[in-house]
Design a protein around this ligand. Structure first.
Ligand code: SPV
Ligand code: MG
Length: 294
């Protein structure tokens, strides 16, 4: 347990001199599982929150639906959440309202990316995707920073220049502009299976501000390389949702084929574990205190 606010916790992680790791969650239960595993922060992934609603990562879930989902995640945990805020769900004005609502729900930080609303996932025809106007995006960052009332709330600017095929010079030009606009850190994204783009960026960027990476596609890169290169934070961006999908598909198929429970019972969490994760024991204690005892 810590006495620090969630915003302080996240800012400390971002600024720490070690490589830090945060892990994706997409609802209250998965958020709790991330916390219990020992992670110090949660990535509120746009991809996986959309997926668990059964919709595409194209802003099909409204921002208030995302916010309601985040509230369950935040209530279930003590560690900070970095929301994947896509493009900020509109212009600078929508961004300001988003920041106020995130603060009200104790979300520690938001990451916005320099593309257009409605966004498309970076791994779907990334190089065909238009980028936001750089100055407009800087205005959105400034507006967000002006809207926050908690000094420790962080805004991470995500540079999609590599994803959209613009290369290193453009990535650096944009990152510098976003840095000057007040971004607390830069997320540099790449869809390559090798880490060359993000390593080249970090070499040129140096230590101007913390740099966050998402190694979904360059997953075979040893973590030591990220550490030695001086990155601030690694996001494991979608791996709980993907493991849940695999397990749920297997269970559903097995039940469909076997028409009995024996084949799966000892391979899945017992109901008692679900009760534990929900905090059922706490309510039982409260009932002793607050309900008439006879
Ligand atoms: C997400 O998790 O929604 C992300 C990361 O934005 S990615 O899917 O790699 O774009
Ligand atoms: Mg996303």
């Amino acid at each position: 347990m810590t006495n620090q606010t969630k915003t302080q916790q996240f800012k400390n992680l971002l600024l720490s001199d070690q490589l830090e790791f945060i892990c994706e969650a997409h609802n209250g239960l998965s958020a709790k599982i991330v916390e219990e595993a020992g992670f110090k922060g949660i990535w509120g992934s746009g991809l996986t929150i959309s997926a668990q609603f059964g919709v595409r990562d194209n802003n099909e879930a409204s921002w208030t639906q995302v916010l309601d989902n985040l509230e369950f995640m935040s209530d279930a945990t003590q560690i900070p959440i970095l929301l994947d805020g896509d493009t900020g769900y509109g212009n600078f004005n929508n961004m300001q309202r988003l920041i106020r609502k995130l603060e009200q729900r104790h979300i520690a930080a938001v990451c916005i990316e320099d593309k257009l609303f409605p966004k498309t996932n970076s791994f779907l025809k990334g190089d065909a995707q238009p980028m936001a106007d750089m100055d407009e995006f800087c205005g959105k960052i400034k507006a967000g920073k002006d809207a926050q009332t908690d000094d420790d709330f962080c805004i991470i600017a995500r540079v999609e220049a590599f994803i959209c095929g613009w290369g290193l010079a453009e990535a650096l030009r944009r990152a510098e502009a976003y840095h000057q606009a007040g971004a607390d850190g830069i997320l540099i994204h790449s869809a390559l299976a090798i880490p060359d783009e993000i390593l080249a960026f970090k070499r040129e960027w140096g230590n101007r501000s913390p740099v966050v990476i998402v190694p979904t596609k360059y997953y075979s890169t040893p973590t030591e390389i990220f550490r030695q290169s001086g990155f601030s934070m690694v996001i494991w961006a979608n791996h709980l949702l993907r493991s849940a999908v695999t397990t749920m598909q297997k269970t559903a198929q097995t039940l469909m084929e076997n028409q009995h429970l024996l084949a799966i019972e000892d391979r899945i969490a017992p109901v008692s574990e679900v009760f534990r994760l929900q905090g059922a024991a706490e309510l039982q204690e409260a009932e002793k205190r607050y309900l008439p005892q006879n």
